[in-house]
Design a protein around this ligand. Structure first.
Ligand code: PBG
Ligand code: ZN
Length: 325
């Protein structure tokens, strides 16, 4: 049957029927809010390339956590700006490291807020790469695995609910799983940044986390944006190694990957709506060129429709507020 007996517009006629036939529902419970923590007190420093995103000192976390819980956002992912950096990235796994302090504080002041930690070395190494370097400036995979495992364990010891390795070393999920299990943290899940691309969209994040590499780029370990089949292989390996959730990052230029991964594995799948994606929306909105609320809700709904169960996004607070209206 077709036109004129079929008229698709019948089910678009008013808000009630549109709501009844809506296929995708966005919920604040799907959102994970990234937090940047740094040493000091009373600090709430806005990131210039990410309006509305702040680097916070530990004492600011209680108010932040309460705001998130009031908005019905269940989880944060923590990134740290350490006091000092060194070759070995030792701040990443220091017992009193900035992220470890942040976890302890959050668990003290807001035990119901689910605390995820980003596990990587680039915020802590003096060279800004995601692991240990050999004399040619190449990241040494297997040495880095030990650093990542130590970092994940130190986060779990501080009380992290979940760890999320973002380094793209081979074998990191297995190494982290084994280390967590050996230290009595077999109940701490791993969300693997499985299909993480070498992306230009991370630019503003590197301002926020002060983690830009001092030389070269990350193409030797992060994925080539041209590749899709490889994302399936990467994700399959992470699942085999024990990943509990998988992630695609960035989100918008990789919605086909989100779809393929969800279809192929049926795993809980997260999408990271990254800093550059956020910055573009904020810049256009500030110029009055787009309607920020419409665009943000459309983007997040699109990511869900593509197969994302969870979305890591800097828009989380605004989106939760709009969803509650
Ligand atoms: C660390 C890490 C990065 C992001 C998350 N974890 C940066 C990078 O890989 O260079 C990017 C997040 C964003 O752009 O919002 N490896
Ligand atoms: Zn990194």
């Amino acid at each position: 049957m077709q036109f004129p007996s079929v008229r698709m517009r019948r089910l678009r006629a008013n808000p009630a029927i549109r709501r009844m036939v809506r296929e995708t529902a966005l919920d604040a419970g799907d959102l994970i809010y990234p937090l940047f923590v740094k040493p000091g007190t009373g600090l709430r420093d806005e990131v210039s390339s990410m309006p509305g995103v702040f680097q916070l000192s530990i004492d600011q976390l209680e108010a932040e956590a309460n705001e998130l819980l009031a908005l019905n956002i269940p989880a944060v992912i923590l990134f740290g700006l350490p006091e000092t950096k060194d070759e070995a990235g030792s701040g990443a796994f220091a017992e009193d490291g900035i992220v470890q302090q942040a976890i302890r504080r959050l668990k003290e002041v807001a035990p119901d807020l689910y605390v995820i930690t980003d596990v990587c070395m680039c915020e802590y190494t003096s060279h800004g790469h995601c692991g240990a370097l050999d004399e040619d400036g190449c990241v040494i995979n297997d040495v880095t695995l030990e650093m990542l495992a130590m970092t994940a364990v130190s986060h779990a010891e501080a009380g992290a609910d979940m760890v999320a390795p973002s380094d793209m070393m081979d074998g990191r999920v297995a190494a982290i799983r084994a280390a967590l299990d050996a230290e009595g943290f077999s109940d701490v899940p791993i969300m693997a940044y499985s299909a993480k691309y070498a992306s230009g969209y991370y630019g503003p994040f590197r301002d926020a986390a002060d983690s830009a590499p001092t030389f070269g780029d990350r193409s030797g370990y992060q994925m080539d944006p041209a590749n899709g089949d490889e994302a399936i292989r990467e994700t399959e390996l992470d699942i085999d190694e024990g990943a509990d959730l998988v992630m695609v990052k960035p989100a918008l230029a990789y919605m086909d990957i989100i779809w393929r991964i969800k279809e192929t594995f049926g795993m809980p799948t997260a999408a990271y709506n990254v800093s550059g994606e956020y910055a573009m929306v904020k810049a256009a909105a500030a110029n009055g060129w787009i309607d920020e609320k419409r665009v943000v809700l459309e983007t997040l709904t699109g990511l869900k429709r593509a197969g994302a169960d969870l979305i890591l996004t800097y828009h989380a607070k605004d989106a939760a507020r709009w969803l509650a209206e």
